[in-house]
Design a protein around this ligand. Structure first.
Ligand code: PEP
Ligand code: MN
Length: 289
C-alpha cells in the first residue's frame, strides 16, 4: 500500500542559498519592526507593554489601563484565557474579559495584547485584540503556531520555561513559514535550580537572539523574577543587553490580584519603573516616547 503524502499547511518557499530559515538574520540583515495596532515594536523605540496578568473586573482593568497610559506605557496587556498551573485557581473571564480589555483600549488609545490558548479561539479573539500572545506553556503547540501563521495579527511568542533558544526560533519559524511575518520573541525566564526567584531570567538568550534573528526581542521581568521589587533592575538589564522592549504586570491593587499579585507593580511602582529605565533607554540610544 502506498500512502500519499500531503502537506497540511501551505509553506512559504524557503529562502534559496545559505541558511534555510526565515527567522535567521543571515537571510534578513535589518531588524524587523512589527506594528501592533500602529505601535512599532523594534527599531529605535523601546516598547513597554503593561497591564494586569488577568482581566478581573471593569474597575480593575480601567484603573490599571489608565495608569499604564498616564505613565507612558505603549501597549496594554491582560489575559482573558489564563493557562494556570492549577485547575483550582482563577482561569480568567475569557471573551468577556477581552471585551473589558477592548473597552479600556478604546478609552486609553492603547492597543492590546492577550494570550490565546487554542486555535479555535482565534476568530473570536481577533476583533478584540491587536496581537496574540503565545504563553510559555504553549510555545511548542504546533497546531496553534500553524493557525497563527495563517492569520494576520502579530504574535508575541514567549519562550517555554524549559525551551532552548533554538526551539524558540523554530517555534517562530512555524508562524513565519505559515505566512505571518509579525512575530515578536519574549524571554520570560527559564526553570533552573535557583529558588530565590520564580524563574531565572536568561539575558544570555536575549544577546544570542539579537545576534541570530532579525525579529524583535522583548523581556518579561515580571514572570522572569516573580517579585515586583526585582522588576526595575531586570528591566534596566533588559535595556542594557539590547532588548527591544519589556512586558510587565501592573495591577491597581496588587495585594488583591487574582493571579500573579506578588510580581505585579502598583500604578505608583509602574511610574517608578518608567522613570527608572528612562536614563538607561537614552544611554542605549533608544527612545521611550
Ligand atoms: C502571562 O503573561 O501572564 C503568562 C502566563 O506568562 P508565561 O506564559 O510567560 O508564563
Ligand atoms: Mn501572569
Amino acid at each position: 500500500m502506498t500512502i500519499a503524502l500531503k502537506r497540511t499547511t501551505p509553506l512559504r518557499s524557503i529562502p534559496a542559498g545559505g541558511s534555510a530559515r526565515l527567522v535567521d538574520r543571515a537571510n534578513h540583515a535589518d531588524d524587523s519592526v512589527i506594528s501592533i495596532g500602529g505601535v512599532p515594536v523594534g527599531g529605535r523605540r523601546f516598547t513597554v507593554i503593561a497591564g494586569p496578568c488577568a482581566v478581573e473586573s471593569t474597575a480593575q482593568v480601567e484603573a490599571t489601563a489608565e495608569a499604564v497610559r498616564f505613565y507612558g506605557g505603549h501597549l496594554l496587556r491582560g489575559g482573558g484565557f489564563k493557562p494556570r498551573s492549577s485547575p483550582y485557581t482563577f482561569q480568567g473571564h475569557g471573551l468577556e474579559g477581552l471585551r473589558l480589555l477592548r473597552a479600556a483600549s478604546h478609552r486609553t488609545g492603547l492597543p492590546v495584547v492577550s494570550e490565546v490558548l487554542e486555535s479555535s479561539e482565534i476568530p473570536h479573539m481577533a476583533p478584540l485584540v491587536d496581537a496574540f500572545q503565545v504563553g510559555a506553556r504553549n510555545m511548542q503547540n504546533v497546531p496553534l503556531l500553524r493557525a497563527l501563521g495563517r492569520q494576520a495579527r502579530p504574535v508575541l511568542l514567549k519562550r517555554g520555561q524549559s525551551a532552548t533558544v533554538e526551539e524558540l526560533l523554530l517555534a517562530a519559524e512555524f508562524i513565519l513559514a505559515g505566512g505571518n511575518s509579525g512575530v515578536i520573541l519574549c524571554e520570560r525566564g527559564i526553570r533552573t535550580f535557583e529558588p530565590s526567584t520564580r524563574n531565572t531570567l536568561d539575558l544570555n538568550a536575549v544577546a544570542v537572539l539579537k545576534r541570530d534573528t532579525h525579529l524583535p526581542v522583548i523581556v518579561d521581568p515580571s514572570h522572569g523574577t516573580g517579585r515586583s521589587e526585582l522588576v526595575l533592575p531586570l528591566a534596566r538589564a533588559a535595556v542594557a543587553v539590547g532588548a527591544d522592549g519589556i512586558i510587565v504586570e501592573v495591577h491597581h491593587r496588587p495585594s488583591e490580584a487574582l493571579s500573579d499579585g506578588r510580581q505585579s507593580l502598583s500604578p505608583d511602582g509602574f511610574g517608578k519603573l518608567m522613570a527608572g529605565i528612562a536614563p538607561f533607554v537614552a544611554a542605549a540610544g533608544r527612545e521611550l516616547a
